[in-house]
Design a protein around this ligand. Structure first.
Ligand code: NI
Length: 228
């Protein structure tokens, strides 16, 4: 499987069976995005919560036929927009799709959709446990440090944890390092930093903290890929 970091919380996964899955496709309007939405063609879109920097171009990809997976509230919103290929889930629920297994897990955050002068409440924000090509991956979404992570560390043998480190809206570097103590992943990738001035961080400081804990950390440049 190949993983591709587009910046912010947006990652593409190319599974061995040829599925292109993208999480939180914030490309349009993202000052750090390495591609425009019309340059990629994902089969599956996962949305962790309703904020614009995560919902992103989901509508565009959904209109082109991608399967869009998110919470029931966000899926209902997208249904009203006329998207044809949707799958609603909810926190704590998992489902075996053809490309792999997806479980929605807790995130400590908000999930409103801001559309012009309207604000839509869209339920709880989420993170994802993914089982793809025999690997267990935790994409935390936007979240603060939470005791729920201890449960994830006990329930799953996490091969890769993808954690926010930007602070202000999510965990910062010290919090993300503490999360590693309870998640116990075999490898980690930081996300949700340096997209905006308010979430400016030096990911190498995080990487050094990971190294001190004996956990390999891959700091990916915007647009960089990694084979897992
Ligand atoms: Ni958010």
């Amino acid at each position: 499987m190949r993983l591709w970091f587009h910046s912010h919380s947006c990652f593409s996964f190319f599974t061995d069976n040829g599925t292109h899955l993208i999480i939180d496709p914030y490309l349009s309007g993202n000052p750090c995005a390495d591609v425009a939405p019309n340059e990629i063609d994902p089969d599956v879109v996962l949305i962790s919560h309703g904020h614009n920097d995560h919902l992103g171009d989901s509508l565009y990809f959904g209109q082109k036929g991608a399967l869009v997976i998110s919470t029931a509230e966000i899926i209902h919103y997208l249904e009203l927009k006329g998207l044809p290929n949707l799958h609603a889930m909810q926190i704590g629920g998992g489902y075996q799709f053809g490309f792999g297994y997806v479980k929605m897990v807790s995130a400590t955050h908000g999930s409103a959709i801001y559309e012009n002068e309207n604000i839509f409440g869209t339920g709880c924000p989420a993170g994802f446990i993914l089982k793809l090509d025999g690997l267990t991956i935790y994409h935390a979404g936007d979240t603060g440090l939470s005791c729920e992570m201890e449960l994830l560390g006990k329930m799953y043998d996490i091969d890769l944890a993808i954690l926010p480190i930007g602070g202000n809206f999510t965990m910062d570097i010290p919090d993300a390092l503490m999360a590693l103590d309870i998640l116990k992943p075999k490898m980690v990738i930081p996300m949700h930093y340096n997209t905006f001035p308010v979430i400016q961080q030096d990911p190498e400081i995080f990487a050094q903290g990971c190294q001190a804990k004996g956990i390999p950390c891959h700091v990916l440049k915007f647009g960089e890929s990694l084979d897992l």
